[in-house]
Design a protein around this ligand. Sequence first.
Ligand code: DGY
Length: 418
Amino acid sequence: MTRIEQARAILAANDRGGYTVPTDRLYPFQWNWDSAFVAMGWATFDGARAWREIERLLEGQWEDGLVPQIVFHAPSDDYFPGPEVWGIKRSPPTSGITQPPVLASAVRFVLERLGEADEARAAAIYPKLVLNHGWWDAARDPGHTGLVATLHPWETGMDNSPAWDAALERVPTQTTTPIQRRDTGHVDATFRPRGIEYQRFIHLVDIFREAGWKPERMLAVSPFKVADVATNAILLRAERDLLALAERFGSAVERAAVKERIARKQTALAGLWHEPLGAYLSRDLIAGEAIPVRTSAGFLPLFAGLHGKADVLATRLQDWHARDIALVPSTDPDEPRFEPQRYWRGPVWSVVNWMIAEGLREAGAADASALVLADTRRLVGDAGFSEYFDSTSRAGIGGGTFSWTAAIDLLLAEGTAA
Ligand code: DGY
């Protein structure tokens, strides 16, 4: 099989009927941001299937606009916490939190790729994206600061990033739900979050369930509240992509609302630059201060269209490459909490690389963009379609035959992002 055939075969093997699981057993449901990237991968060879991926994700959308982190289309005992822990009586059942909002960017990508013939499908999806972006604004930035709040590390997608360590320490470790982890039965525990983090992750689920999953209550009671630089950058990019969709499908009123949010978010995101550390940093919204930990999230304002710091960020990537560090480590290797194998504390993730490379290219940093893409291709070529990669040994770790790794490889095989 060629490499392209292998990547397509992974998506086909992980297809559970119009939605794609991230990988067999470890993640047996449909995940929000995984599916957005996976739809882009499907679009390279099966346009109808790409739209189906997005439509099935939106089957889980709530009336208020929330697009949940997980849609539990079919039962499975392979994952904890399953639908009974979330306790949300919907059909299909879902979790009650969200994930980085890549969706509008994926819809624009798929539409531009597939062209006019698919306008009707995109037009039917468009109002759901408008509703979702309205949810982000109302539920997570009611004060119109320009930065949305994230209430659970799972919402950032970068669950155990060292950026969350201090903020997570405020979260009690006791839970009403008994913790029955399944992930460490599927992959080596040293590649996964620690037990104490899971206690805090589940404590948050317990208190949100008690709050009835009501956005204003969750915002009020959560002991974890951060302005994640990645989520905010991805949302700003998604707003720009929503505006492009609104030019085709929306009203003047909708376009004006999106433009107003873009202006507000641009200023606020630029304010996350921290000159002493030379990085964009997340903010702890309870402590009211910057979180002084540099991670790969800090490169994503480039993807959002903030290009002023492109040279500094490109130089940092080139320095790491010269030191034989695989690009892009999820935590800066000079941070004391860098762990090259442990999930989001140091390994390389190809979806993050794709967004960083897109941002660098758009900012005019073509060499650094090409470097990131070449390293991503090399990692997958040498180690296979793993969930993530050890940023020092370059070994493939976590789950195997991973959907979003395959999807990004399909994009890179075509030079889509080059
Ligand atoms: C996990 O690793 O189980 C998280 O739910 C990812 O969303």
